[in-house]
Design a protein around this ligand. Structure first.
Ligand code: ADP
Ligand code: MG
Length: 594
């Protein structure tokens, strides 16, 4: 390699850098959170890889993060002993944008153009490594991978379109393993190089990092030193002019020194006793771990022992993710899997939760799985099957808790964001119908605005009513105007309005709730339990010919024409056959095949 090589940033990085340097002025302190989170990722990666490749740990240095400040020169240095980067990795990682977080950020900024680059967005996304340029004129990254025998230096400046890479030659700057990032702060941001400020930021932003973070702090202790008495003072003492002997006196002085101070709490929150963790702590943990800015709607912290041992904290978010989420093929990274406190992966959501519950976030720490666990192992594992069952159960308890909460808004919010997921659950998880059904909500003929639960429906049933009635339609208005509703309204039977296309399929999968069948009121054989056979016979005789005549006129357009006892004011109604699709289902199927 040449002694120093120059590289151009990828276009997206240039755009991002430009934005960071010229448009983002608030929330700048997130740079520290981002750099610490990268250091922590690098340490996690090393610990994980060393399970199968112990040689990676041949340098006997502790896994930690150290932050030093030089207040006079406005310099912050952040050193980790993680996996480091090879020369190739430096080019790949710090010159291009591969990670989804940053790409998402750019998209969000584009979408909120009118408000400019919002400071909230940067808080939310962080924009990773490049946020170093929020506060720095120049950033130097010196890094040593255990896979390489050389240490390399990446150097970039705030207003440049290129960066350089060279080999570290200064013997004083060599590190055994990991990465050292040096920030040369902008004139106006030199205040960040204050030891106490850094300490506070670490406490604020990184209390849940599971590696020790040390900050370089000035300490002092007072000691007594003996000093000679001030001769001037002696003279004042006029009566004792003849006294010549010197009086000894002591004085307190403060001795200053610097040392590394442990600044964060390293015990993972899920190992603590749930009784001793406050709601605020769970909320903070959630927001920091999952980069969220709203508190969760609910959390659940539990330990299971016996057959399978694991600890977990689960959360229900207050909002579904930005942009359109794909609930059929979620790629969420919502569940972080640990084995004996070592972070393994956040790619195993699908193994630990059914996809319709993919919105649940959390950490799971198992004592039974091997550290080198892979997707294949997870899919085969009996332990994982048991874990999955427990996790799902806990998730339902948590959601049920929201529905029972005094704060009704919470469940409305939940339903608005994740109701669709539960309906999908009716299709995909027959074993849990009992748990899903009480959580469902619908509007009805007696409650068009406020959604009701199936339990509320049952409470409101008439004594002579056997079934749960529903009608599927495009919207409340067309449900309300359906002729098949007339008879039921007359009898004062409540009818569920299934407005969401997936509602009807969900209900058909449930089949019944608390031993009451779901009955579609638009089907031809609707039995309201009030058949008067004598009278029907009479009417059939009287109007049989009329029906034949109408059928003849309509020909193949209808399957049959029959006399109905279901109408009170409309002269006729179009219904689906008993075994046919309902009109709504037909619409749905059409929409899907288009
Ligand atoms: P992200 O962390 O989302 O991947 P960043 O912009 O924060 O995005 O970092 C980009 C990449 O640079 C990381 O994925 C990692 O590969 C590499 N990187 C950054 N900091 C370090 C570090 N301290 N040690 C090792 N690799 C790092
Ligand atoms: Mg990062």
């Amino acid at each position: 390699y040449p002694p120093e090589e120059k590289f151009e940033y990828q276009a997206e990085v240039s755009r991002l850098m430009d934005l960071i340097v010229h448009s983002l002025y608030s929330n700048k302190e997130v740079f520290l959170r981002e750099l610490i989170s990268n250091a922590s990722d690098a340490l996690d990666k090393l610990r994980f890889l060393s399970v199968t490749e112990p040689a990676l740990l041949k340098e006997a240095v502790d896994l930690d993060i150290r932050i030093q400040t030089d207040q006079d020169n406005g310099i912050i240095t952040l050193t980790d002993t993680g996996i480091g980067m090879t020369r190739e990795e430096l080019v790949d990682c710090l010159g291009t944008i591969a990670q989804s977080g940053t790409a998402k950020f750019l998209k969000a900024v584009k979408e909120s153009k009118e408000s400019g680059a919002d400071s909230n967005l940067i808080g939310q996304f962080g924009v990773g490594f490049y946020s170093a340029f929020l506060v720095s004129d120049k950033v130097v990254v010196s890094t040593k991978s255990p896979k390489s025998d050389k240490q390399y230096v990446w150097e970039g400046e705030a207003n440049a379109s290129s960066y350089t890479i060279r080999e570290e030659t200064d013997a004083e700057k060599l590190i055994p393993r990991g990465t050292r990032i040096t920030l040369f702060l902008k004139r106006d941001d030199k205040g960040f190089a204050h030891p106490e400020r850094v300490q506070n930021l670490v406490k604020n932003y990184s209390q849940f990092v599971s590696f020790p973070i040390y900050t370089w702090q000035e300490k002092g202790f007072t000691k007594e030193v003996e000093v000679d008495e001030d001769p001037a003072e002696g003279k004042k003492d006029e009566g004792n002019e003849t006294k010549t002997e010197k009086k000894k006196k002591t004085k307190k002085v403060v001795e200053k020194y610097w040392e590394w101070e442990l600044t964060n709490e390293t015990q993972p929150i899920w190992l603590r006793n749930p009784k001793e963790v406050s709601t605020e702590e769970y909320n903070e943990f959630y927001k920091k771990t999952f980069n969220e800015y709203l508190d969760p709607l609910a959390s659940s912290h539990f330990t299971t022992e016996g057959e399978v041992e694991f600890r977990s904290i689960l959360f229900v978010p207050a909002m579904s993710p930005m942009g359109k989420e794909d609930i059929v093929n979620p790629k969420t990274k919502n569940i972080k899997l640990y084995v004996k406190r070592v972070f393994i992966s956040d790619d195993f959501d699908g193994e630990l939760f059914p996809r319709y519950l993919s919105f649940v976030k959390g950490v799971v720490d198992s004592n039974d799985l091997p550290l080198n666990v892979s997707r294949e192992i997870l899919q085969e594992s009996r332990i994982v099957r048991i874990m999955r069952k427990r996790l799902v159960r806990k998730a339902f308890d948590m959601i049920l808790g929201i529905s029972l909460s005094e704060n009704k808004d919470d469940y409305d919010k939940f339903w608005e964001n994740f109701g669709k997921h539960l309906k999908l659950g009716c299709l995909e998880d027959h074993q849990n119908h009992k748990r899903i059904a009480p959580l469902l909500r619908f509007s009805s003929s007696q409650s068009e605005e406020e959604l009701i639960s199936l339990d509320e429906y049952i409470e409101n049933m008439k004594p002579e009513q056997k079934d749960i009635y529903y009608i599927a339609a495009d919207n409340v208005k067309s449900a309300r105007n359906a002729p098949s509703l007339e008879k039921l309204l007359e009898k004062d039977f409540e009818v569920l309005f299934l407005i969401d296309p997936i509602d009807e399929v969900a209900i058909q999968n449930l089949k019944s709730y608390k031993e009451k069948n779901f009955v579609d009121i638009s089907k031809e054989d609707l039995d309201l339990g009030d058949k008067d056979e004598e009278k029907e016979k009479e009417i059939k005789q009287e109007f049989g010919k009329t029906c034949d005549w109408i059928k003849k006129r309509l020909g193949d357009k209808v399957a049959s024409v029959q006399i109905s006892s279901r109408l009170s004011t409309s002269p006729c109604v179009l219904v689906s056959g008993k075994f046919g699709w309902s009109a709504n289902m037909e619409r749905l199927m059409k929409a899907q095949t288009m």
